[in-house]
Design a protein around this ligand. Structure first.
Ligand SMILES: CC(=O)N[C@H](C=O)[C@@H](O)[C@H](O)[C@H](O)COP(=O)(O)O
Length: 228
């Protein structure tokens, strides 16, 4: 069956519903309800972490999904769907897109991003691949490897991109990225207002992923508390 994800999210909002074990809302049940709220509000897609959360959200919301499996390995800073093992587990849920970290750092078990892409294409030809990138250099590598979506997810979260925010200088980085890559760009990471989301879409992003500003009450409440 043709994968219609890119068309169905074009010009729209994807909401990330994630809570790690150390977060107050860690629960597949709660993430599924978050996804229901996202759907009722008009979100075009959901991004979710872990096979159990993905399955709970698929049952509850039935929206197109980007799936990931955050997994920490010793001796590697790469944690978003880092190895072929997590890629397979996420793809097996039937999500439309599997995203993985593409930040140029050494992956666990010595696995190479190029090999993962090649293997994934063989095993899951109908599933799209999204690269969670941090710098122009790593985004260009992912683009060259043929990722279907280039995401800005890791901008500001790696040593190479430390201190940066995708929104800096009216999205200067995003403008450059949009000029340089051939595949659709999805803005993700620290997009914390409707105005910023709209700006990303107007600049030419395929879609925008917003997480914490909508689905992490601890983060939202802390912004208010900080203003006291
Ligand atoms: C860096 C990292 O691990 N990002 C994760 C990737 O899935 C999530 O924790 C973020 O919530 C998601 O990218 C959306 O971004 P924001 O919550 O800033 O809107």
């Amino acid at each position: 069956m043709a994968n219609t994800f890119l068309d169905s999210v074009k010009g729209k909002l994807i909401i990330s519903c994630q809570a790690l074990p150390d977060e107050p809302l860690h629960s597949s049940f709660i993430m599924a309800r978050m996804a229901r709220a996202a759907k009722e509000a008009g979100a075009a897609g959901i991004r979710a972490n872990s096979v159990v959360d993905i399955q709970a959200i698929q049952d509850e919301a039935g929206l197109p999904m980007i799936g990931i499996a955050k997994t920490n390995y010793p001796n590697s800073p790469v944690y978003i769907t880092p190895t072929m093992k997590e890629m397979r587990a996420v793809a097996a849920t039937g999500v439309e897109v599997v995203a993985c970290q593409a930040t140029g750092e050494p992956r666990p078990n010595g696995e190479k991003l190029a090999d993962i892409v090649a293997q994934f294409r063989q095993e899951f030809p109908d599933t799209l691949l999204m690269a969670d990138t941090d710098t122009l250099e790593n985004a260009l590598v992912a683009d060259e490897l043929g990722f279907d979506i280039i995401g800005t997810t890791m901008r500001g979260y790696t040593p190479s991109s430390k201190g940066t925010n995708v929104a800096d200088n009216d999205f200067e980085y995003l403008k450059e990225l949009l000029k340089r890559v051939n595949h659709p760009v999805v803005a993700e990471g620290k997009i914390d207002s409707p105005e910023k989301m709209k700006r990303c879409l107007d600049l030419g992003c395929q879609a925008v992923v917003v997480g914490g500003a909508i689905t992490r009450p601890l983060e939202i409440a802390s912004r208010f508390i900080a203003a006291l």
